[in-house]
Design a protein around this ligand. Structure first.
Ligand code: NAD
Length: 350
């Protein structure tokens, strides 16, 4: 395998393979770019079929983090770590300590945090070995901690901006279909209901849907049907690749704006949404509330109010993208990628 000719290789600055015989750690750290600052991005633990698969994921996700961090104006570059293993079976404090030493060996070029398959508890173990880690448990009153509600706030403000741009109105009386009621979806539903939106909700976990139905009067929809529900807005807050060749022709909304990462299966799906007259809020711009919180927590000395003030910049960023997309006749997803690349090319003072 030739790393430099892989389709997902995108001029990454550094790719490090880590192995620790004593704990069985096998990890890949991909640093896509440090042009705007140290490369920040979470550590995923996943049952990859092979090291090649893990490498591909690290390459793809780290580039995504460069774009996300560039658009969130955090003074951070993009990186990602993946640990090969089953997060339910293969975890140990020693494994995460070994991972912490790997992160530390990079001297601050990469800052890690929790991600799919890892938790704040795992990051506590990492933090025993390195200071280049964020997303740790916080004491009451401290900024940071669980990024889910911060992501939900950014998504809520982003939905408001998308609705204003596309429909020229406020959320009061509109219907929002929310797919996924986890760490982001549930607090998002509360914000939407408080703004007067009607909710249609779905989750694979029955207890969650019942809770949101009882608390907020949401209409419950089967998980397989939510993406094709008639509503004003669809907010995907569960899985990636929900916007694809099969689902887009079935959409019955004017706006898609939600937290899920990698919502578009392919770049072509951004064009399909545009042709269907559906406004898409690029996922990594609207869902940046969590990384904004994590970045401030890492640097320290910032209050919750300052974190919120930064999250409140998300709707303005989206509106700039919507306007440019309209002007240039391009999908919002393509415009967001172009803007992110422009920022990376321009560098820290760009
Ligand atoms: P979560 O795991 O807490 O919740 C996801 C929910 O989706 C779960 O309740 C799950 O049962 C449900 N689900 C799974 N498959 C489903 C399906 N087919 N239909 C309906 N529901 C389904 O995750 P989260 O933290 O709420 O994150 C949601 C999405 O947002 C993920 O894609 C995540 O990567 C992305 N995201 C999260 C954050 C954050 O701060 N947590 C930040 C950025 C992006």
């Amino acid at each position: 395998m030739d790393l430099f000719t892989l389709p997902d290789f995108d001029g990454h600055e550094q790719v490090v393979f880590g192995h620790d015989a004593a704990t069985g750690l096998r990890a890949v750290v991909a640093i896509h770019s440090t042009v705007l600052g140290p490369a920040a991005g979470g550590c995923r633990m996943w049952t990859y079929g092979s090291a090649d698969e893990a490498l591909t994921d690290a390459l793809r996700l780290s580039r995504g983090m460069s774009y996300k961090n560039a658009m969130a104006e955090l003074g951070l570059g993009g990186g990602k770590a993946v640990i090969l293993g089953d997060s339910r079976r293969d975890k140990s404090p020693e494994l995460f300590a070994a991972f912490g030493r790997l992160v530390d060996s990079l001297g601050g070029r990469y800052i890690t945090a929790e991600d799919v398959g890892t938790t704040t508890g795992d990051m506590e173990q990492v933090a025993r070995q390195t200071s280049f880690v964020s997303g740790l448990k916080r004491a009451a009153g401290e900024a940071g901690g669980d990024p889910g509600p911060k992501t939900a706030l950014g998504v809520f403000l982003g939905i408001q901006a998308a609705v204003r741009f596309q429909l020229g109105c406020e959320l009061d009386g509109l219907t929002v279909a929310v797919q996924g009621l986890g760490g982001v979806g549930r607090p998002l539903c509360r914000l939407l209901a408080a703004a007067g939106a009607r909710l249609k909700v779905a989750d694979a976990r029955a207890a969650l849907v019942e809770q949101v139905r009882d608390e907020l009067g949401a209409v419950v929809v089967a998980p397989g049907a939510i993406a094709a529900e008639a509503a004003d807005v669809l907010a995907p807050c569960a899985l990636g690749a929900v916007l694809n060749e099969a689902s887009i022709p079935r959409l019955r909304v004017r706006v898609v704006a939600g937290a899920a990462n990698n919502q578009l299966a392919r770049e072509a799906d951004g064009y399909a949404l545009m042709k269907a007259g559906i406004l898409y809020a690029p996922d990594y711009v609207i869902n940046a509330g969590g990384i904004i919180s994590v970045a401030h927590e890492y640097r320290g000395g910032v209050s919750e109010a300052e974190v919120h003030a930064d999250i409140e910049k998300i709707p303005g960023r989206l509106t700039v993208i919507f306007e440019r997309a309209r002007r240039e006749g391009l999908p919002t997803s393509v415009v967001a990628d172009r803007m992110a690349r422009e920022r990376l090319r321009a560098g820290p003072r760009g």
